[in-house]
Ligand binder design. Structure first.
Ligand code: PLP
Length: 394
């Protein structure tokens, strides 16, 4: 059975009352990830895939070993895993590089719950080529409403998130993805939030591309991961061009690598790859974490349900350990500011999902997201601090 430990998160012993409840934004890393990063910086920090000396070789080896560990973790082949700087960069790259001869009126299918990272790249493309964006809406319970029905003859791309960064709903995408495949529609899944909760599911999604960020599954910032279906990857040109992805360059032209490295121009973020690979090994040693977080979320829901002055946003049939609350008595920002004054860190606002908040009729909500270091004591403190805030502001 998983229990948060101060061996992994020393601050749990030093400051047990400090509650970091913004894991959906970025996780705090366990000790082993910090140590791996430290060792790398001390012993092998160098330019991977460049130098012909020992230190660079060591960096290259660790970088590629990291790819193998991560690919194994996602249950895909290493050649299917490309690195980017973030989910945001990966989605922008994909939107620009899709092998599609766009015609005015072609459609891109998204959900209303997309993070801006999976909306704005498509908005830009739509403006440039006169395309139509269509949006899957939500059921009152917070699930996607009949997503397959919005596929039309003109749909060229489906790009949807696997889990909401606001409500924590995990969306059922199986039917939509297989319908897209049958129709030859390109499918992309923004799995930034699912990666933190069910990372192993990512490689099983039947999509052309699945993207996520390592800082959401106990790695560090600066690393996006693209899981690419082999046939889809074959059709993609390099997203960005520059050093490290060419065989021969003349003044007029360049010959590019044909493997996955062609998507990784420039110096790779070896440090973040090592951190992410170490994080997955840590997650492997703590298989009970998912269950632990599910029980903590149920407990949190229970505590929140006792407070009639606030409402939890509907979050579908299955959830990540993230949820959002809203109240007509206390402004989201006031609530978050008060919690912060009590060393309870949550996020307030639109969470980079403004269309979703507009759709739900809110200008801001408070998001609470649990992580491997969330203890029952944190949730109790949160509940009391919410009561204090209500007394103060309502
Ligand atoms: C669902 C979703 N998509 C995309 C992103 C963007 O990730 P990044 O900031 O790592 O690029 C986030 C970040 O919170 C997210 O939650």
């Amino acid at each position: 059975m998983y229990q948060p430990s101060s061996d992994d998160f020393p601050w749990l012993a030093e400051e047990p009352d400090y509650a970091y409840l913004d894991t959906a934004a970025t996780c705090i890393v366990p000790t082993c990830v910090r140590q791996a990063v430290d060792r790398y910086l001390l012993d092998t920090h160098a330019n991977a895939h460049r130098g012909s000396y020992a230190r660079s070789h060591a960096a290259t080896e660790q970088f590629e070993q990291g790819r193998q560990t991560l690919a194994r973790w996602f249950q895909i082949q290493p050649e299917q895993l490309a690195f980017a700087a973030s989910t945001t960069q990966a989605l922008n790259d994909l939107a620009q590089a899709l092998p599609i001869d766009w015609q005015a009126g072609d459609e891109i299918l998204l959900s209303i719950a997309e993070h801006h990272a999976n909306l704005l790249p498509w908005q830009r493309l739509a403006q440039r080529f006169d395309l139509k964006l269509r949006f899957i809406e939500l059921t009152p319970e917070g699930n996607l409403a009949a997503p397959e029905l919005l596929l039309t003859e003109r749909t060229r791309v489906v790009s949807v998130s696997a889990a909401s960064n606001v409500t924590g709903a995990i969306y059922e995408l199986g039917g939509l993805l297989s319908a897209a495949r049958q129709r030859g529609v390109v499918s992309i899944v923004d799995a930034a939030q699912l990666a933190s909760h069910q990372p192993r599911q990512l490689g099983l999604l039947d999509a052309d591309a699945v993207v996520c960020s390592a800082h959401k599954f106990y790695g560090v910032t600066g690393l996006g991961l693209l899981l690419l279906a082999p046939q889809f990857a074959e059709q993609l040109e390099p997203f960005r061009v520059g050093g490290g992805i060419v065989t021969r360059v003349t003044r007029e032209q360049a010959d590019y690598l044909s493997d996955v490295h062609r998507f990784e121009a420039g110096t790779p973020n070896t440090l973040a790859v090592i951190a992410a690979a170490t994080a997955t090994e840590w997650l492997d040693r703590h298989v009970g974490l998912s269950h632990y977080l599910d029980t903590q979320r149920i407990e949190l829901n229970h505590l929140l349900a006792q407070r009639e002055w606030l409402r939890v946003l509907p979050s579908g049939a299955t959830q990540t350990p993230t949820l959002s609350i809203v109240s007509s008595s206390v402004h989201a920002q006031d609530l978050a500011a008060y919690l912060d004054s009590q060393r309870i860190e949550v996020r307030s606002g639109h969470h980079c999902a403004q269309p979703l908040l507009q759709y739900l009729g809110y200008s801001g909500v408070v998001r609470i997201s649990l992580g491997a270091y969330t203890t029952p004591r944190h949730l109790e403190r949160l509940a009391s601090a919410l009561d204090e805030a209500y007394e103060l502001f309502s």
